[in-house]
Design a protein around this ligand. Sequence first.
Ligand code: NAD
Length: 457
Amino acid sequence: MKKSSNSLPADMYLFDSPKTLQNPLLQHREVRSDSHPSTPGKAKMERNNHFGDVQSRSYNFFFVLCVSLFILMAGAYMLRSEGPSVEKKFIVRESESSIPDIWRSQAWQKSVRESCHVKREDGLVVLVTGAAGFVGSHVSLALKKRGDGVVGLDNFNNYYDPQLKRDRQKLLDRHGIFIIEGDINDAVLLKELFDMIPFTHVMHLAAQAGVRYALQNPHSYVHSNIAGLVTLLEQCRRANPQPAFVWASSSSVYGLNTKVPFAESDRTDQPASLYAATKKAGEEFVHTYNHIYGLSITGLRFFTVYGPFGRPDMAYFSFTQNILSGKPVTIYQGPNKVDLARDFTFIDDIVKGCVAALDTSEKSTGTGGKKRGPAQLRTFNLGNTSPVTVPTLVNILEKHLKVKAQKNFVKMPRNGDVPFTHANVTLARTELGYNPTTDLNTGLKKFVKCPTLEPSA
Ligand SMILES: NC(=O)c1ccc[n+]([C@@H]2O[C@H](COP(=O)([O-])OP(=O)(O)OC[C@H]3O[C@@H](n4cnc5c(N)ncnc54)[C@H](O)[C@@H]3O)[C@@H](O)[C@H]2O)c1
């Protein structure tokens, strides 16, 4: 795997239009030139006072100048805080006339159709969003291997090294899975795709992941986890047949909850990070689409997923790279030097949970946007049920890598991380037959053999 570049990701943004920014100024001028005073009789006095008129005009000018300067400075600050290398794109395809030629090409359509070809009786036809991602690539492979039709959708953003996503794409391609390069906000692309393929299921895994990056680039979370989710749900509710919708929420929705282990019925109204807030918002959005349109919905709250072809932004991955290259690892500690703990869950267990969620999904009840009856709505924790502290994680890595780590203990900054996570998976066990079997020691042993790993520079 190639090194991650230091440049900030080219995520997409939803900005206020320049018109919106100008509006306050325009409104201000209108108000000042309004000849209808709120207090009757006052106008004459003001008009007759020449000095007052000049003074008021100079106030006007001064006010407009100040507001303009403020807007310019605020704009400059926003651009600076997002980083100089952030690429700004708008994925708003207005009409079918803007459809790129490639989608009309027979080769592209053939790739999509072949990828969706079902090779077993009653097989599923699944659109996997985020298919070039960590979880998406593993789930796509598992479905394809058992004979389901699978096509992927991913925008290959550079939140982390896109080369890793390209490597996963190559792997999927070798197994006959085509990944469409596109954004879940692209409603025209989604319509084109759903017109071509009657998907039985959508496995929605595309998202802006990571808790800490939200401090740098909050808009990328809104773009993918909120706006993108709604665009996708809009397409699903309009589709005929409507697919069943299975999607990744996160254990982070438990936020500041202190009751352990976390159960699905626990409170989720205290998110500790913007990432968690967007996932919680997603849970509310899907509820609405279930209620109004009869979409069958299953939300999966993943607990710290790790494994081969994993995400370089996650601690187990970056720790491994640092240990291999002789760099220190930074280990955060909570108040009173309490070690942080995570319910690390191996990718194979998560994949089984995802596939079981797809298999047990009931059909959506709506057609073409109209609800015909109540539809299934479920939420499950997918965790490992045995939290491990971060220092223990490092000890296990040292053992498998046969290299001693340089440990640097640091007080946890206020960046949205929570001190611990711990899943109660009783519900998933009962309804999905979910049964996590890989402990952290076994899972990390498999991870360190992964060909994508190389020391960080
Ligand atoms: N890995 C974990 O520990 C974990 C834990 C909890 C929840 N989750 C959730 O599971 C899902 C999968 O996570 P992952 O670890 O595989 O992350 P990932 O970043 O590896 O995969 C997400 C993929 O989605 C793509 N993507 C992002 N925004 C997109 C957009 N607007 N349009 C199209 N594609 C887009 C990215 O390019 C990426 O390939 C995410 O929803 C994540 O929030 C993951």
